[in-house]
Each structure stands twice: as structure tokens, then as C-alpha cells.
Write a protein that binds this ligand. Structure first.
Ligand code: NAD
Ligand code: DAU
Length: 366
């Protein structure tokens, strides 16, 4: 029986990971620490609130006293650190929260783990969730990022994540902390906050709003279905070597405009199959037999927009035996179905400060 501290467990990937781990190991104790920023949503853990062996703590990962108390009370074996400010566009508007949570929060968490665990690290693991963005940007024909690609972060978000990776590595080197790090590509799936490309485009398509494609739409990302990412992280925690970094990719590189076009076709097809959708989403072009492609609009580019990310995940498959199993076509269909089935979830978000962000980010690009 293990005891886990999962930071950021009310966010998109964190919540998916909590559900994933709970399904696989229901006897484990899970403590979620989450500050419930705009992206954290207690509803993402609705099935677990009040359940045995599950504790939700509303708190800040920068709060060292709180962290030390949680370690004393729960005797964690494993820390899985998701908590972060995660949206590149927001880091361009204001980088301070990114340095605070991503850098200082990681440092506070490392200090608490060392205080609790040192000098006997047997049976312990500190798993840090990082990103492919720390490696920089690739040209069209460059080879994919490997774990030894030099760091070259180019947005305030990526720089703050790179700093956090270095703090975790330094802590392992200096104090012997048993770390593992995963650097993954763009996740998509249930519970993703609709400021990110795929949920934003789904919701805008359903509500008949412009699908705002930055720049020329030829920037390339590699798309990883969130459930595959969670399975990879679980496998690394259990089988990955301490002290190692593993890249996790989806094997689905795509230009943004191609992705949005494919998403439009998927929405169009759902409306053709299910006449009830037209009654629910009358503003969607597919409700009147037109295509969601009509909503695509090119808008001003993201400053410093990284051109291409690509992941070589051979180390993950060779050492821990994991490869993603969800194709992009399957994953995007499942994601669309989740947003169709959870309209209340995203309508509630739209009623909050979300509209302020949409006005700020897209007003400036019009
Ligand atoms: P998210 O923004 O959906 O969730 C982040 C969570 O962290 C939220 O629940 C938020 O409330 C919480 N949080 C923020 N500041 C906090 C603080 N000071 N104290 C405690 N909790 C705090 O992000 P996500 O997309 O789920 O990303 C999770 C992790 O994965 C991040 O570390 C991110 O850098 C990394 N990552 C994400 C992607 C992706 O495609 N989404 C890809 C690679 C890596
Ligand atoms: O690569 C991993 C990273 O993926 C994670 O570390 C980040 O936390 C996560 O947010 C994501 O970063 P991106 O910047 O790649 O994701 P985003 O969804 O914001 O954008 C994906 C691509 O789509 C990117 O090239 C910008 C473009 N885009 C995005 C938005 C929100 C648009 O063209 N229009 C949009 O409205």
C-alpha cells in the first residue's frame, strides 16, 4: 500500500492521473494538494470527494509549512508534482505567477520531501511532470527531441518549467533524492480547461464562434491522449530508473490548421449522425448542414511562437515498456464526446473569469 501526494490534482492532467491511479490501485492513499486557481476545478474529482483513502487539501504548493505538515501526517512514499501555471499565452501576458508556482513551488516541495525523507530514501519517489517545451523549437526536418537535447526554453512558461526541472535534478545530485521526470508533448482529453487549443476549438465550434488559428497555422505539435500520458507516468513511477528523465509523446505530429480542419470534420460528422445535437447547439454551422470549417479565422500570431515540437520516446518504450495506444482519430472523437456529454462543466467555466481571458487574449489578436 502506497501513500501519494499529488499536487495540481484538480487540474486537467492531474485529475486524469488521480482517476487513473485510483482505478488501478484502489488500496493506495491519495492526497491531492491544489490551490484551485482558475484552471483547478474540484468538479474534476467529483467521484472521489468523501471517499475512503482520498483527501483533498485546498492549499498552495509554495506554502512550505503546509507541505511539511502534510508529509508528517501522511508519510508519503510517492510525490507526483503536476501543480503549475501551464498556459503559454498567459505567461506572455504576465510571467510572475509562473516563476512563483513553477519555480518557487517546486523548490518548496523539494525542501519538504527532503525534510521528511532524508537520509533514508528507500521506497521513495519524487516524480516531476515536465514538458517538451523546455527543449525549444524544431525546424521542419530536425530530428525529434531526445532526453539529451540541450534545454532551450523560449517562452516564460517554458523557462519556468526548465528552471523547475533543474531544481529537481540538482536536488537528486546533491542530496540523493530519488527523482524521475517525464517531459511530454501536448495533452488533450477530458477535463482540459478551454483556454488550450482543442477544447477551445470544440466549444467555439459548438457555439458558432470563430476558430482562431494563430499565424499561418503551420506550427506543429505532437498530440498525446491524456489517458496514455497518465499510464506512462504510472509506469515510470513503478518501473523507471531513479534519477532518469523519460520523454512521452503521442506519435501524432500535426500542423494546427490540419488539426482544426480534422476537428471540424469530426464535429460535422457527429451532427450528421445525431439530429438531437442541432437542437442543443443551434449556433453551430453543422446544425444547419454547413461545415464548422466556415468558422476558421486566422488571427495575429503568438509572440515567439515555437514552430515545431516532436518527441522521440524510444527510451520510454525500451526501458519501461510503454507506448501510447490511442490514435489521434480515436482520441479526438472521445474528447469531443466528453465535451458533448459534459456541457454543464464547460458552461460553468464560461460563466466565470474565463470571459475576461478570452477578451484579453483574442481582443488583442483581432
Ligand atoms: P492545468 O493548468 O490544467 O492544471 C494545473 C493545476 O495546478 C490546477 O489544478 C491549478 O489549480 C493547480 N495549481 C496552480 N498553481 C498552484 C499552486 N500554487 N499550488 C497548488 N496548485 C496549483 O495544467 P495541466 O495541463 O493539467 O498541466 C499539469 C502539468 O503538466 C503542469 O506541470 C504542466 O507544465 C505539465 N504539462 C502539461 C502539458 C499539457 O499539454 N497540458 C504538456 C506537458 C506538460
Ligand atoms: O508541448 C507541451 C505544452 O503544450 C505544455 O507544456 C503546455 O502546458 C500546454 O499548454 C501546451 O502548450 P502549447 O502552447 O503548445 O498549447 P496550446 O493549446 O496553447 O496551443 C497549441 C497550438 O495551437 C500552438 O501552436 C498555439 C496554437 N493556438 C492555440 C490557441 C489557444 C492557436 O492557433 N489558437 C489558439 O486559440
Amino acid at each position: 500500500m502506497q501513500r501519494l501526494l499529488i499536487t495540481g490534482g484538480a487540474g486537467f492532467i492531474g485529475a486524469n492521473f488521480v482517476h487513473h491511479w485510483r482505478r488501478a490501485r484502489p488500496d493506495n492513499v491519495i492526497v491531492v494538494l491544489d490551490a484551485l486557481t482558475y484552471a483547478g476545478n474540484p468538479a474534476n474529482l467529483n467521484a472521489l470527494h468523501g471517499a475512503a483513502k482520498f483527501h483533498f487539501v485546498h492549499g498552495d504548493v509554495c506554502d512550505g509549512d503546509l507541505l511539511k505538515r502534510l508529509f508528517r501526517e501522511h508519510h508519503f512514499d510517492v510525490v507526483v508534482h503536476f501543480a503549475a501555471e501551464s498556459h503559454v499565452d498567459r505567461s506572455i501576458v504576465s510571467s510572475e505567477p509562473f516563476v512563483r508556482t513553477n519555480v518557487l513551488g517546486t523548490q518548496a516541495l523539494l525542501d519538504a520531501a527532503l525534510t521528511a525523507w532524508k537520509p533514508d530514501f528507500r521506497g521513495k519517489r519524487f516524480h516531476h511532470i515536465s514538458t517538451d517545451e523546455v527543449y525549444g523549437s524544431l525546424g521542419r526536418d530536425d530530428p525529434a527531441f531526445t532526453e539529451t537535447t540541450p534545454y532551450d526554453p523560449r517562452s516564460p512558461y517554458a523557462a519556468s518549467k526548465a528552471a523547475s526541472d533543474f531544481l529537481v535534478r540538482a536536488c537528486a545530485h546533491t542530496h540523493g533524492l530519488p527523482l524521475s521526470i517525464t517531459n511530454c508533448s501536448n495533452n488533450y482529453g477530458p477535463y482540459q480547461f478551454p483556454e488550450k487549443l482543442i477544447p477551445l476549438m470544440i466549444i467555439n465550434a459548438l457555439t458558432g464562434k470563430t476558430l482562431p488559428v494563430y499565424g499561418d497555422g503551420r506550427n506543429v505539435r505532437d498530440w498525446l491522449y491524456v489517458e496514455d500520458h497518465c499510464a506512462a507516468v504510472a509506469r515510470v513511477i513503478e518501473r523507471g530508473r531513479a534519477g532518469e528523465t523519460y520523454n512521452v509523446g503521442g506519435g501524432a505530429e500535426m500542423a494546427n490548421i490540419d488539426l482544426v480542419t480534422m476537428l471540424c470534420a469530426t464535429v460535422d460528422a457527429r451532427f450528421a449522425d445525431d439530429p438531437l445535437l442541432a437542437a442543443r447547439f443551434g449556433e453551430c454551422p453543422a446544425a444547419r448542414g454547413a461545415s464548422c470549417r466556415d468558422l476558421i479565422g486566422f488571427v495575429a500570431d503568438r509572440p515567439g511562437h515555437d514552430r515545431r515540437y516532436a518527441i522521440c520516446a524510444d527510451k520510454l518504450s525500451d526501458e519501461v515498456g510503454y507506448r501510447p495506444t490511442t490514435s489521434f482519430a480515436d482520441g479526438i472523437g472521445r474528447t469531443l464526446d466528453w465535451y458533448l456529454a459534459n456541457e454543464t462543466w464547460w458552461r460553468d467555466i464560461q460563466r466565470g473569469a474565463y470571459q475576461d481571458w478570452i477578451k484579453l487574449n483574442y481582443g488583442a489578436r483581432a
